[in-house]
Design a protein around this ligand. Sequence first.
Ligand SMILES: NC(=O)c1ccc[n+]([C@@H]2O[C@H](COP(=O)([O-])OP(=O)(O)OC[C@H]3O[C@@H](n4cnc5c(N)ncnc54)[C@H](OP(=O)(O)O)[C@@H]3O)[C@@H](O)[C@H]2O)c1
Length: 293
Amino acid sequence: MHVFVTGGTGTIGSAVVPELLDHGHTVLALARSAGSAQALAAAGAAVLRGGLADLDVLRAGAEQADGVVSLAFGHDLDGPDALAAAIAQEGAALAVLGQALVGSDRPIAAVSGTPWVPGRASTETDPLPTEGPVAGRGRSVTALLALASRGVRSTAVRLPRTVHAEGRGGFAGLLTDAARRSGVAGYPGDGTQRWPAVHARDAAVLFRLALESAPAGTAWHAVADEGDAVLDIAAVIGRRLGLPVERVPAETFGPFGPIFAMDQPASSAHTRDALGWQPTHPGLLEDLERLEP
Ligand SMILES: NC(=O)c1ccc[n+]([C@@H]2O[C@H](COP(=O)([O-])OP(=O)(O)OC[C@H]3O[C@@H](n4cnc5c(N)ncnc54)[C@H](OP(=O)(O)O)[C@@H]3O)[C@@H](O)[C@H]2O)c1
């Protein structure tokens, strides 16, 4: 399959591109800078220059591909307005990518997030949240999945709070960044709340499987660790960085604060059964042992 990939230089995308190439696919990757273009070409992808706001470029990329993997998301998130703008930009991009595939039965695997359900691990059939700071992302991917009825093999790969590689990435990575800045390995809430996690290379396998074989309109959980207690995550970060581990106010983490404080385990039992996905890379707590002061 010739696959158009956005976000191919990110933590997850830089695992997805080689995963696709190693399984006989070719990749056309969106690159918004010379540096990203260079990295993608070095990884073996053909490059399409442009950004997520260049809707004509996105349309052209999807039209010349047999399938699409949508990962790009603005990550300069220094407040609620920036987060809202990134969500709106992603929504517009997904709408254009989906429209370009209408009537073609071609696949698009889009990034999404595992939902949270009070009192139990969320499953693939639980709906995405319609309230809260990231509800707009849920609406965008739900609209994409609805294109299943219009000849698009749209699927969502729901990622856990931390997708990690080399001990970095995701919510745990944000805790690490905050610890380095503040000199304290801080955690919000009482620390017993659990966040699910997956290694980027395991997540990449699921994007490939979804693209290759998942039915239209389906959602999948790329979850290896059902839930790691946030206190356990902070404890490894503190030990590796030589910093004290302390409870800090949720507001310390800006727009992510309310989400950071929630217990949100997620299951991938159905994904493993139905797609034969099996994570093989280190879990989060083991991967965090790679952090250096
Ligand atoms: N990592 C996690 O723990 C996690 C968890 C849940 C969900 N997710 C979601 O998974 C997706 C990928 O995550 P990630 O951790 O791999 O992200 P990342 O490391 O922050 O990388 C973001 C990617 O998006 C690209 N990008 C950002 N803004 C863009 C723009 N305006 N135009 C074109 N490309 C743009 C970046 O390109 P440049 O290299 O050019 O900047 C980069 O390739 C995101 O949607 C993220 O929200 C991640």
